[in-house]
Design a protein around this ligand. Structure first.
Ligand code: ADP
Length: 303
């Protein structure tokens, strides 16, 4: 049975349908990624799954409980890492964990029992009594993640868990999430980082304008939606060459600014043709999830 199951989910704000008939199903123990451009409806979906926003239509079951009617009961078994760290700046690390645990009706003694393992998980053993203002961005994120585990949840929802972090800090968060998966937890995360989705997620749902437009494992999505190889051409002459020679050898080309993306299943002829143009800068690489995402959702900016 899916841990989270949403069918035909709908939410309207004024004239615009922000979530427009979304289906979502999370397998137990899996990491499921929700990808989509800004405004696609990801956060609204997470909030409806938590029972914090009432849907206009559709059905939700979380851990076999109907939401929103029994959302409170469901939330006891869900950990939440919101997009913005909302730690209490006036409290220490330990006090933040204590206060949060009390929301779940946990006794202080029970929370205190858990605190050492939570600090250990967050790598914050030496900072137990530190004030929040003295922590780095990465430490705050790790604490927010540890805080979401205070009630030992079965499912963890994370809204853009690594936005704003440096590469070192992102890797530490990924390690933490892998540890949770190895303990059998189910994870739902939203992200704008395709490398993060490719590394962590067993399954992905790409949403746009409130609808699911593709679903599958990262590898399935790449194999289904995109050619295997990409040759990126850069610079002033890229466009002209791409439109003439590139078109002859690639299955498809896309232009973005001064870059031409040549998509092909057989890169050799294209690479051979480029040997005659040593002045053109290019990069040959395997197609990735970002190529799929941009093909399906377009390259124009969403603000
Ligand atoms: P995402 O998380 O994918 O960026 P959101 O779910 O935050 O998207 O938002 C989807 C759309 O719904 C956006 O256009 C946003 O402006 C709009 N929206 C979100 N919450 C509200 C609200 N409370 N009132 C009106 N519009 C909202």
């Amino acid at each position: 049975m899916p841990v989270v199951n949403a069918r035909n989910l709908r939410k309207q704000y004024g004239p615009s349908e922000v979530v427009a008939g979304l289906d979502l199903s999370l397998a137990s123990g899996a990491c499921h990624g929700l990808l989509g451009p800004n405004g696609a409806g990801k956060t609204t979906t997470l909030k409806m799954l938590l029972g914090l926003i009432e849907p206009d239509g559709g059905e939700i079951r979380v851990l076999d409980l109907p939401v929103p009617s029994l959302a409170r009961q469901a939330r006891v078994r869900i950990g939440v890492v919101p997009q913005m760290d909302n730690l209490d700046p006036d409290f220490s690390v330990t006090e933040n964990l204590l206060t949060y645990g009390r929301y779940f009706g946990l006794k202080d003694a029970a929370i205190r029992d858990r605190i050492p393992s939570l600090l250990d998980f967050a790598g914050l053993n030496s900072r137990a009594e530190s004030r929040i203002q003295t922590l780095s961005g990465g430490m705050k994120r790790r604490l927010t993640l540890a805080r979401a585990l205070v009630n030992d949840p079965d499912v963890i929802f994370l809204d853009e868990p690594t936005t704003g972090l440096d590469p070192q800090a992102r890797h530490v968060i990924w390690q933490g999430l892998r540890k949770l998966l190895s303990r059998g937890k189910t994870i739902l995360l939203t992200t704008h980082f395709m490398d993060e989705a490719e590394r962590l997620c067993d399954r992905l749902t790409i949403i746009d304008r409130g609808r699911s437009i593709a679903e599958g494992s990262p590898r399935e999505l790449i194999a289904t939606h995109i050619e295997s190889d990409v040759v990126e051409l850069y610079g002033e002459d890229a466009s002209g060459w791409g439109r003439q020679e590139g078109m002859l050898h690639a299955d498809r080309i896309e232009e973005a600014g001064e870059t031409v993306f040549c998509y092909t299943r057989h890169p050799r002829p294209l690479l051979d043709a480029l040997k005659d143009r040593p002045d053109l800068k290019y990069l040959h690489r395997p197609a990735n999830l970002e190529d799929v995402f941009l093909k399906l959702t377009g390259r124009e900016l969403r603000d």
